[in-house]
Design a protein. Structure first.
Ligand code: NI
Length: 467
């Protein structure tokens, strides 16, 4: 089939026989287009098999060892199902030019498949230490003539790399395509909630995907949800909130991240200050330690490379590096304590004093981590993100923003959730508890009070809405 596409004619080649990938979340992932199969077979995409989706979370939820490869296939599959529904029920026509234009199909499917292609091992922790950026790398992998992904996209249509990259950058001309891949309720989140919940072995992230795929619709050049699907959408928003609180922001998982961050920092310190003493050859990490790396260096990194270096660092002569590596390999996360704005400085000073008294190097045995998320928000005219709200559409065409229709969602709309913690080695915990730190003894009480006032707040809010 030859398709007219903004003045460019290119070939959509179908495989002689549909290909499927068996998936625990979506059952079958269906591949009909040759370009999709070719992209999956590139070295850059295959690399995602070696990068875990949830980083250090598998130290807490041991089933959560799934890769970014499976998540990327899942996002592709959800996008494919949505588009199939759009084509059948809401195609563009003279009467409805604002509905789904199927000439966007390949761009949308490629963007869905490649949206996370730039992720590296332990993304956020690694990025903090070595100044890399997975979003910039995603763009580079799609745009650089050095990659197999770029060659395949270009071979299909010379403008395809730019189009796919612009969907991921949120600058593409068709807002519907952007919203399918990145918005409050998009194929990316729809997949990761179900997938992360499945592999973590929790039931928080589950919601009725089939129903959501049934009620999603393209209209006014935007994506809406039928009002009748409100409860399915509500359930999805609640699931997302619960996954953040229970899985993504898990304090122990963050304790492993803080440990990893200090460990990489120490390796960097040793490399810069006493390279002759380091026994482990770390060729693949060297360009990043030298701050002189390119795209190809980046593509060699994965969880296994980093894991094998950490394993070997246990045998280094530097006592801090070998100790931190031992703690990481054998799952001895840094322990944490909640802090509030009022007691933060006092607590940090006290904990750092204990660390110093006990002979720990504070730069490598202390950490601070702040994790916050707004589970749902209504429209923010000045937001830099594409679309912050979810809109429902009634049978008569009236648009209703989700929190106006759902009491459940309205109870946490616009509210930030999360906490701020400090991290330190577990063995000094009892000593911290023994210290006569005024704010520490009242800390637990404070958290309870804060929780209680929040409960009162929400109850009052709901009562106001009900009566
Ligand atoms: Ni993703």
């Amino acid at each position: 089939m030859t398709v007219e596409h903004y003045g460019t004619r290119y070939k959509e080649v179908s495989l002689s026989r549909e290909k499927v990938f068996r998936d625990p979340v979506h059952d079958y992932i269906h591949i009909r287009d040759e370009i999709i199969l070719s992209l999956i077979n590139t070295r850059e995409f295959q690399r995602l098999r070696r990068i875990r989706q949830l980083g250090t979370s598998s130290y807490i939820f041991h089933g959560a060892e799934h890769s970014r490869f499976s998540h990327s296939l899942g996002v592709y599959e959800i996008t494919r199902r949505i588009i199939n529904n759009f084509v059948r029920n809401f195609p563009v026509s003279d009467e409805h030019p604002d509905q789904w234009d199927d000439r966007e199909r390949i761009v949308a499917l490629c963007a869905a498949l490649l949206h996370d292609i730039g992720h590296g091992p332990f993304s956020h922790t690694f990025e903090g230490i070595f100044n890399t950026d997975h979003e910039a790398m995603t763009r580079a992998i799609i745009m650089s003539p050095e990659t197999e992904v770029n060659a395949i996209l270009r071979g299909f249509d010379e403008h395809l790399p730019e189009k796919v990259a612009s969907v991921i950058d949120h600058t593409y001309h068709n807002e519907q395509v952007i919203q399918l891949i990145s918005s409050q309720i998009d194929a990316d989140r729809m997949d990761y909630l179900l997938r992360d919940a499945y592999f973590a072995g929790v039931s928080y992230g589950t919601y009725d995907l089939t129903r959501i795929l049934r009620v999603i619709r393209p209209q006014d050049y935007q994506i809406y949800f039928d009002f009748s699907g409100m409860h399915a959408v509500e359930d999805y928003v609640v699931s997302r909130y619960q996954m953040y609180m229970q899985v993504y922001f898990h304090p122990v998982s963050r304790g492993m991240e803080e440990l990893l961050s200090n460990l990489l920092d120490r390796a960097k310190y040793c490399y810069e200050n006493k390279p002759e003493e380091m026994k482990t050859p770390i060729n693949l990490l060297k360009p990043f330690l030298d701050n002189d790396w390119g795209l190809i260096d980046y593509l060699y990194l994965d969880d296994q490379v980093l894991g094998s270096y950490i394993n070997q660092w246990q045998m280094e002569d530097d006592p801090i590096l070998s100790d931190l590596a031992y703690r990481f390999m054998n799952r001895h996360p840094l322990k944490s304590m909640l802090v509030s704005e009022e007691n933060r400085q006092e607590l940090i000073t006290a904990v750092q004093q204990i660390l110093a008294d006990r002979g720990y190097d504070v730069s490598f045995y202390f950490g601070e981590n702040s994790s916050f998320d707004t589970p749902y928000d209504f429209f923010k005219p000045y937001s830099t993100k594409t679309k912050t709200q979810i809109d429902l559409i009634t049978k008569t065409g009236q648009i209703v923003e989700l929190s106006q229709a759902s009491l459940l969602v309205s109870s946490f709309t616009g509210r930030e959730r999360g906490d701020h913690r400090i991290y330190f080695p577990r063995e000094i915990l009892s000593e911290i508890r023994q210290k006569p730190i005024e704010s520490l003894t009242v800390e637990e009480k404070k958290v309870q009070d804060a929780y209680q006032s929040e409960v009162n707040d929400v109850t009052q809010h709901i009562q106001q809405r009900l009566f």
